[in-house]
Ligand binder design. Structure first.
Ligand code: 1GP
Length: 231
């Protein structure tokens, strides 16, 4: 059983992006709590499996964030299923789940599966365009999404997704105040130890992606920023 409630920091690796073995080695020995594998565009079964094989020698939890049904690869320790709470297109809410359950429902190990409520906050990111996300406009909107995830849907995880853009810490705080049991993950635009620390004030766990491919040394420092905060 994964102890996701103890996680403070995860690195997110995109199967569509190139990464060296040395970089994988550094990331997996950085003190991060898990590696999340996921992306929005050009994600294939082969690319996902190849990345999993390179990560397997390390003893970290390896999680697949499922973004398309034809790139689901067995052998991960856990599977995060994004449910885009602010999707503007109905077909991005439950239709992929129904299709996936018809194909894989009898094969799933359910204790490895976590539904993540996604609130997409950066209008310019791929997932916002794909799902025609209704971007929140205020901290009140954010608190309502927090309550939707926690009190109404009772989801294990709410993921504030700012992919590529550093978000508003006040909004993250509002979500935190709207929730009791659901874990709060934040991802988007973290490019320094200080930003990692700031978002970790309110998020249970931060997700660091793009900076891995831009400046590995800075990416590695975000672990320290997240871990210094008392959980
Ligand atoms: C992307 O939230 C993650 O899905 C991380 O965002 O790539 O901007 O770090 P960045």
């Amino acid at each position: 059983m994964l102890q996701i409630d103890h996680w403070r920091h995860v690195f997110k690796l995109d199967p569509d992006k190139e990464i060296t073995d040395e970089a994988i080695h550094s990331l997996c020995n950085s003190g991060t709590d898990a590696i999340l594998v996921g992306g929005t565009t050009n994600i294939t079964y082969e690319k996902t499996r190849s990345l999993l094989e390179r990560l397997r020698p390390y003893s970290l939890p390896l999680i697949l964030e499922v973004s398309s049904l034809d790139s689901i690869v067995g052998g991960f320790h856990g599977y995060f299923l994004p449910l885009v709470l602010n999707a503007g297109k109905e077909e991005w809410i439950f239709s992929p789940y129904i299709q996936g359950l018809k194909e894989y429902g009898s094969l799933m190990e359910w204790e490895e599966v976590y539904t993540e409520g996604y609130v997409v906050c950066n209008p310019d990111c791929d997932v916002a365009r794909l799902t025609e996300s209704r971007i929140p406009h205020s901290s009140e909107d954010m608190m309502a999404y927090g309550r939707l995830a926690d009190r109404v849907l009772k989801l294990p995880v709410l993921y504030i997704e700012y992919s590529g853009m550093y978000g508003n810490p006040e909004w993250v705080r509002s979500v935190y105040h709207g929730m009791k049991d659901t874990l709060l993950f934040y991802g988007g635009g973290i490019r320094s130890e200080e930003e990692a620390r700031e978002m970790s004030d309110w998020a249970d766990c931060i997700v660091v992606g793009n900076i891995i491919y831009e400046d590995l040394q800075i990416a590695l420092k975000t672990v320290k920023g997240a871990k210094e905060i008392e959980s």
